[in-house]
Design a protein around this ligand. Sequence first.
Ligand SMILES: C[S@@+](CC[C@H](N)C(=O)[O-])C[C@H]1O[C@@H](n2cnc3c(N)ncnc32)[C@H](O)[C@@H]1O
Length: 228
Amino acid sequence: MDIKIYDKLAKKYDFMVNLVSFGIEEIWRRIFVKELKKHIQNGVLVDVASATGKMAKSLDFDKMYLIEPSEEMVKVIIQNFKKLGYIQDGFRLKKNNKEIYIIKSTAEDFRIDEKADLIVSFMGIRNFDDIKKGIKNLDSYLKVGGYFGIVEMVRRDDFLGKLVLWYMNKVVPFIASFFGMKREYEKLGESVASFKEEDILKNFKEYDIIVNKSLFPMAKMFILKKEK
Ligand SMILES: C[S@@+](CC[C@H](N)C(=O)[O-])C[C@H]1O[C@@H](n2cnc3c(N)ncnc32)[C@H](O)[C@@H]1O
């Protein structure tokens, strides 16, 4: 995905998401966090495609790596955590026993020095330029026995799916045009139109599927466990 889109969106991102999704994305996030916490409560977290850092804020693990390529999003992440009392030291943020490392890079290319207990991608995977390479790189940083949690919008071909696509391709860009972001939202709508559940799952053949749930109206939640 063109990072410039997200650079432009960064400051208004959370507001726009809430506006165009009628708050549904936040409900998905809450469902996802609740489900993840049933399996794992703390440890080392990698949150990929972090945007403004909301997943990390919600999961609140002791050590968190936020992988985000957009420079403007990175600035928003730093601001958001400073508001929560974190002290900044370059790309490291610290508060009491909690540490956050902000890695300005892509899923495909990032490098860190340790393995995670949990990797999460909330509406992230669809944005990777090379999904196979991104997931392979992420997998190399997950401990055996660790979890990979995913929420993503995926295409469905029934009436509801067509209605959501129409809304995303026509109505959302119209709403976004009032904020000078019509073309950006057209591109985001196009990326949903062709993305299928299989595009995710074919990269996790070695994992156990712990949770595979549809989220109304057009997303999937997966929690996968790395067995070897
Ligand atoms: C829809 S937002 C993710 C939302 C976020 N996870 C949340 O919890 O609200 C997509 C993010 O993916 C990032 N992105 C784009 N290409 C990427 C890549 N190749 N690897 C990782 N992140 C990428 C964008 O900069 C953007 O911030």
